[in-house]
Design a protein around this ligand. Sequence first.
Ligand SMILES: Cc1cc2nc3c(=O)[nH]c(=O)nc-3n(C[C@H](O)[C@H](O)[C@H](O)COP(=O)(O)O)c2cc1C
Length: 370
Amino acid sequence: MTPSPVFEAGRYHFPQPAARPVIMIGSLELPSRYCLSPLAKYTNLAFRRVVRRCGGLGLGTCDLVNARALLAGSGKSLDLIRSTPDDTPFAVQIFGSDPVIMRDAAQFLQERGGMDAIDINMGCPVDHVTKSGAGASMMCNASSTVALVQTVVDAVSLPVTVKMRLGWDQHQLTAPRFAREFEQVGIKAVAIHGRTREQGFKGSVDLSGIRKVVEAVEHIPVIGNGDIRSIPDAARMFERTGCQAISIGRGALANPWIFRQLEEWELTGSYSPPGNFRQRMELVRLQFDLLNELDGERSALIAYRRTVHWYLKAMRVKASLRELVQRAQTAAEFHAAIKIIDDEGPLEGTRDGILPELQVPVPAGPVERW
Ligand SMILES: Cc1cc2nc3c(=O)[nH]c(=O)nc-3n(C[C@H](O)[C@H](O)[C@H](O)COP(=O)(O)O)c2cc1C
């Protein structure tokens, strides 16, 4: 059984990992081996910038972008691929089943610049993506999928990576075989969510399945993904799978400081608590202000609704007060609602004190819909 962290002198203590490998994705050296997993509708530029300010992030990836729509100049797709100099290293994730469209989209991205890697989505379980032959359904068709990946790799000098699941269902656990073949055609890293498409987000992550992917490749880094919410979860992922890096999605929404904590743990064997109530409120405001600056108050209010719901729920803010934030129609109303929550203070403890109860499991709400 994995031990629990010991809290002493204001820090958590937990045995350090045995090694601290440098992660290279082709020629791209990651500043840490802790990556942000793409979360459609959440991992926008403002969120990534907030997480980067919290520290420790190795690589940020945007929400999945439809390759065809990107080439057609869709405003939504162009918004998704936006980045800023403080948002590096940064990967753009594309999806699609047509090799020519995927190749052209990759070339378009490279020419446009502003990203360090291109990631191919092969894990998306939602019907409208899989029915078009993209996302997780690519794991059912070996020869055309490997050919598509090769077409993209050969078309660009940027490193290309793949994010996939263990397979379509438990009878088709194709990830190890794909990982090996992808490496042979020039993929520079694979991220693997330890569930099948059929599982969706149910059940727990199969660490032995991720291990098989690690064992299948020769040199490229394997990024283990799924259900990491804490330092012991990350330690377990490293130990049981042998993966070199980790990516975290939902855990970063509940605790945007998790990457900093992981880096501290890896370097020192101890780590600071996540942000206290005051710092969390600062972050809630900062992310809104960044969105507002980018897109104006109307779009910012709409885009932020989902995320702020998760933040406030993780902070155990009363439903009636969360509702005030959801109803805000202007930036001024948003800030007024946040001020009421701030004035009310935390449910337990103090503004500057540790809020251990915030490390609750991430609310499940939007997950079922993805
Ligand atoms: C709301 C939501 C949106 C997601 N969007 C994407 C996406 O755009 N691209 C992708 O490859 N995976 C996507 N995923 C999957 C996550 O990247 C990740 O693989 C999965 O949530 C498991 O990791 P976690 O437990 O750390 O969240 C999404 C997951 C959720 C819950």
